[in-house]
Design a protein around this ligand. Structure first.
Ligand SMILES: O=C(O)CCC(=O)C(=O)O
Length: 338
């Protein structure tokens, strides 16, 4: 990375498959988010929110009816849902999540990674960002959690089955990270994904640059929960830091079950993304409620795009509704199973 690089975060993401930004949120913002997150998590743990990730299952769909008597939870889904059960006096209520998802600092990085010019360079260009997923990964508790063993997610790429052959892997790993053979401009990312922890977080393990290649014979032969693969690193984050990562990097999660975890887990899309993103986003059931979202809690009376945080949010939401409409009646399926 050089200081003259106009998009240093994108350069890192293309090269390493992830990029970390420190202290994106202020201590005040973190305090208020923790209150809203704690309120929501305790309701979800008690079985009061049907959109959760249940212990014992890594990928969607999850069966919330198992909570709390037959399964604990390790994630809370749909933080932008209009019916989110958060009390209004807990850290700004559900508005706290909308304020962070559409946070100008976070979206500025997302724009860079999606190759969208910064707002000051083109007033109309918010038209390219699409609202996607916004979930929270939490300390696994409840039935199915052994307090003496770390809770772990197996090695995976989010959108490529583990059974893929090397040729299939390479075919899926469309190269937004490298120049095309003809030497023309690199392809663009059509979505970007991040983890933003509210408590110190060392759960995410990645193999740098593995988003650019098929698995090695060692990786292919490894146990799905292998503790040490060559080159792996632990992504170590403080509250308010954020890591953006290519979701097809080889990665896994290893959770210390005795430690608080409330890590916002989101993604932002580019309007040009079509079928592939439809599967990744709509498999989480977002299409059923996005039409009812109301971002009135965000600043700005004017709903026109480019006019304040609310205008940006409304535009992003509208583009997700359109993605849903284009895929209406289509079974988008699930990326991974298990
Ligand atoms: O727990 C983590 O940070 C990893 C989550 C993960 O692997 C995923 O959502 O695909």
């Amino acid at each position: 990375m050089t200081s003259s690089d106009p998009h240093p975060h994108l350069t890192s993401l293309r090269r390493d498959g992830y990029v970390i930004l420190r202290s994106l949120l202020t201590p005040l913002e973190i305090t208020s988010l923790r209150a809203a997150a704690a309120d929501l998590t305790s309701t979800a743990r008690a079985g009061g929110w049907p959109h959760v990730r249940t212990v014992g299952k890594q990928f969607p769909p999850w069966d919330a009816s198992l909570v709390p008597s037959q399964a604990g939870i390790w994630g809370v889904q749909h933080l932008l849902h209009p019916d989110l059960p958060v009390s209004d006096d807990a850290g700004g209520g559900r508005g706290a999540f909308a304020r962070v998802y559409f946070h100008p600092k976070l979206l500025r990085v997302a724009r860079e990674l999606l190759s969208i010019p910064p707002p000051e360079a083109d007033e109309a260009d918010d038209g390219a960002m699409t609202m996607e997923l916004f979930n929270m990964l939490v300390q696994p508790t409840g039935v199915g959690v052994d307090p003496t063993t770390p809770f772990a997610l197996r090695w995976h790429r989010d959108d490529i089955p583990w059974t893929a052959t090397p040729e299939e892997e390479l075919a899926h790993l469309q190269p937004p990270y490298s120049s095309s053979p003809s030497g023309s401009s690199p392809k663009k990312y059509t979505h970007t994904q991040y983890n933003l922890p509210l408590y110190p977080d060392t759960s995410l393990i990645v193999i740098p640059s593995s988003h650019t290649r098929a698995r090695t014979p060692t990786e292919r032969a490894a146990d799905p929960y292998e503790a040490n693969l060559p080159g792996q690193i632990t992504v170590s984050l403080e509250p308010g830091d954020v890591v953006f990562y290519d979701n097809n990097i080889l990665h896994r999660g290893v959770y210390d079950v005795s430690r608080e975890r409330m890590t916002l887990h989101g993604s932002v899309g580019h309007v040009d993304a079509k079928e592939g993103r439809a599967r990744n986003v709509l498999q989480h059931g977002v299409g059923g409620w996005v039409g009812r979202c109301d971002f009135g809690v965000l600043g700005g009376e004017d709903l026109e795009e480019g006019k304040g945080q609310r205008g940006v949010a409304e535009g992003m939401r509208r583009r997700l509704v359109e993605l849903g409409r284009e895929n209406e009646g289509r079974d988008v399926g699930f990326s991974l199973e298990g």
